[in-house]
Write a protein that binds this ligand. Sequence first.
Ligand code: MTE
Length: 316
Amino acid sequence: MLIKRPSDIASSEITSEAVYKDRRRFLQQMIGLSVAASLGGYLSPVQAAYGGKPLTYSKAKEFQLDEKLTPYKDVTSYNNFYEFSTSKQAPARMAHTLKPTPWNISVEGACAKPGNYALEDLLKPQALEERIYRLRCVEGWSMAIPWVGLPLASMLKRFEPTSDAKYVLFETLYDTEQFPNQRGRVLDWPYVEGLTIAEAMNPLTLMAVGLYGEVLPNQNGAPMRLVVPWKYGFKSIKSIAKIRFVEKMPTSSWMKASSREYGFYANVNPQVSHPRWSQKRERRIGEWGRRETLMFNGYAEQVAHLYSGMDLKKNF
Ligand code: MTE
């Protein structure tokens, strides 16, 4: 990111413990009532604990985390969303200009079913699930967030990618009315990111439409954003309006901004420093002190095989 050094943030602790405990108690009560145990989770009740539109989802048992959740307030008030500002506090204040409904996604490139899809049609037949993932920003801070979404693979498969689809490119909406900072030149707009097809199809990769049981707040990338938990946060592109299946490795906005600092893979790796700072440790937002950064952000078991034989210093 375009910052002087890893951030060292005194973040709010406000209500963190209370919010977390309330939620745990509530969820525990629901387990007994669940009619969806056979789905491997349970249906979440309609709830509006945080002020957003509640979602119905099941809890993905295999994607939970035995770590304290980052308080909702921090998740939604400390954001990187350069289409609004390079300040982390500004998106929460400014993101009302984004209009996430109606929302269309243009699907292009090497697939049998390209087209312009309404978001609700892409979500309709599928059950949403909640997964708690760590998000580790390249700047040195991290969060643990309960996302709600769909496995990206299940969304992509319906477009029937062909054998030429070696990579998937994602683009954020380009609209200077909705994203005022796209009038400036801090990045080459629209924001572009990419994954290999194997990364995109990995069961961990999530297309998120909500967090904390509610639709995504605008500042977190409404109405639909990626969450790729083993990669630095900048890969998790927000407010996606275009998906393109391509043969060649896409050049992401951050690679364009500084290819020396930001590679295509951007896997969380404590052994490979950013040219301007170490990646060995991180600061969990809402907590004091620092913790060790884990290889692949703690998801090595699920994803290390994707990079076997690869020099991760070169392919950073
Ligand atoms: N997507 C877009 N379109 N624009 C951005 O500026 N910032 C990235 C990523 N996705 C960004 C983006 C970075 S650097 C991070 S760390 C995460 O979003 C932050 O997500 P969060 O604000 O939901 O925590």
